[in-house]
Design a protein around this ligand. Structure first.
Ligand code: ATP
Ligand code: FE
Length: 329
C-alpha cells in the first residue's frame, strides 16, 4: 500500500510517501520538507503567516514528493495527515488538502496524531512492535510513554517546565549560537570543555520519571553572565541534558519491564544522545535521517501502522485540534 503523509502542524510543510509491504514492513519512498523562513525576523513562529505559507507551498511540496518517489498521484492508495496537536490554522491546511486528495482519488483517509507520527518515524529503521517505551523529545514535548499494546499510550513521565528542544533553543539564543538551537549547541559543544561550567543533575533522587530543564537554564544564564564561553556552555549543558534524559528513560524502561526504547522528536537527532543510548545497553531505536524533526514521512508511517493494525479510516468530518493528549490512560 502506498501512503502519502502530510504534516503542517507548525512552520514546516512536510509531505512524505511510504510503501507498506505485505509482510508489514514500511519503506520511505520520499520525504520533502519546506521550512518556512519568514518567522526568523520575528524570533518566533507567527501562526497566521505559517498558515498562509502552507497554503502557498503544499501543492508544490506534494508534487516534489511524488517526483522523488517516481509516482503519479493516481498511484497513491491512502492519505494520512496530522490533525493535532499544533497550530490550528496551520494544521487545517494539511488536513483539508489531505482529505480533498483522498476524496478525489477515492482512497481511505487517516487523521494522524503528531506525536504518534514522531514515534512511528522510528519504524523506518526497525519493525516497531509493542511493547516498548517511547521517549518523545521535541520542540514542544518531553514525554515518556509506555506502549504495552499497539495504539495504547500510558504517560509515565513528562517535563514540568520546558521541553528538551525548547531548552536547547533558549540556551543557544542566550549564548548567541543561532537558531534552531539543537544543531547549534551540538556543533559548538564539540569545541567546548564540558567541565568548565557546573550543571547539576535536575530532579535528583526523584522516584518518578519526570523531566525539568529550568535548573539547567538558570545555571546557563548565571554562567553566561559570569562570562562563560559559549562553547563551554554548550558542552556542559548538552552533557547534562543527555545524561538526565538517558538515566530517567532507563529507569522507566526497567520499571515498566521494557527492553526496547523508541527515541523520537527533533532532539533525537542529537549525536551525543544517540551515542549515550547506544552505550547504555538498552535496545534503542531512532528515526532515520531527516525523520527526527517535523516531516510528512513520519505521518505516512503512522498511517501505515494504522492500516497494519486494521484501524478504520477516519471520517472526513474530523477536525484540527490544538490540544490533543496522546495518552489514553
Ligand atoms: P512538537 O513536535 O512537540 O510539536 P516541534 O514539532 O516544533 O514540536 P520538532 O520538529 O520535533 O519539534 O523538533 C524541533 C526541536 O528539535 C527544536 O527545538 C530543535 O532545537 C531540536 N533539535 C533539532 N536537532 C537537534 C539536535 N541535533 N540536538 C538537539 N536538539 C535538536
Ligand atoms: Fe513535532
Amino acid at each position: 500500500v502506498r501512503i502519502l503523509g502530510i504534516d503542517t502542524s507548525c512552520d514546516d510543510t512536510g509531505v512524505g510517501i511510504v510503501e507498506l509491504a505485505p509482510d508489514g514492513s514500511a519503506r520511505v519512498l520520499a520525504n520533502r520538507v519546506w521550512s518556512q523562513t519568514v518567522h526568523a525576523q520575528y524570533g518566533g513562529v507567527m501562526p497566521e503567516l505559517a498558515s498562509r505559507e502552507h497554503v502557498e507551498r503544499i501543492d508544490r511540496v506534494t508534487g516534489d514528493a511524488l517526483a522523488e518517489a517516481g509516482l503519479e498521484v493516481n498511484d497513491l492508495e491512502a492519505v494520512a495527515a496530522t490533525s493535532g496537536p499544533g497550530l490550528v490554522g496551520a494544521l487545517l491546511v494539511g488536513l483539508m488538502y489531505g482529505k480533498g486528495l483522498a476524496q478525489a482519488l477515492g482512497v481511505p483517509f487517516y487523521a494522524a496524531h503528531h506525536l504518534e507520527g514522531h514515534i512511528f518515524a522510528a519504524a523506518s529503521e526497525a519493525d516497531l512492535k509493542a511493547p516498548y517505551l517511547a521517549l518523545v523529545v521535541s520542540g514542544g514535548h518531553t514525554h515518556l510513554f509506555d506502549v504495552p499494546r499497539e495504539g495504547e499510550y500510558v504517560l509515565v513521565g513528562a517535563t514540568r517546565d520546558d521541553a528538551a528542544g525548547e531548552a536547547f533553543d533558549k540556551i543557544a539564543r542566550l549564548a548567541g549560537l543561532g537558531y534552531p538551537g539543537g544543531p547549534a549547541i551540538s556543533e559548538a559543544a564539540l569545541r567546548g570543555a564540558p567541565d568548565a561550567v557546573p550543571f547539576k543533575e535536575p530532579l535528583q533522587g526523584q522516584k518518578g520519571f519526570d523531566f525539568s530543564f529550568s535548573g539547567l537554564k538558570t545555571a546557563a544564564l548565571l554562567a553566561h553572565k559570569a562570562g562563560a564561553k559559549p562553547e563551554d556552555l554548550a558542552a556542559g549543558f548538552e552533557r547534562a541534558a543527555v545524561r538526565f534524559l538517558v538515566k530517567t528513560t532507563l529507569r522507566a524502561a526497567q520499571a515498566c519491564g521494557r527492553e526496547t526504547v523508541v527515541v523520537s522528536g527533533g532532539v533525537a537527532a542529537n549525536r551525543a544522545l544517540r551515542e549515550a543510548f547506544a552505550a547504555s545497553g538498552v535496545r534503542a531505536v531512532f528515526p532515520g535521517k531527516d525523520l527526527n524533526t517535523d516531516n510528512g514521512a513520519m505521518i505516512a508511517l503512522a498511517g501505515a501502522a494504522a492500516i497494519r493494525a486494521g484501524r478504520e479510516p477516519s471520517a472526513l468530518s474530523e477536525g484540527a485540534v490544538a490540544y490533543a493528549p496522546l495518552a489514553n490512560a
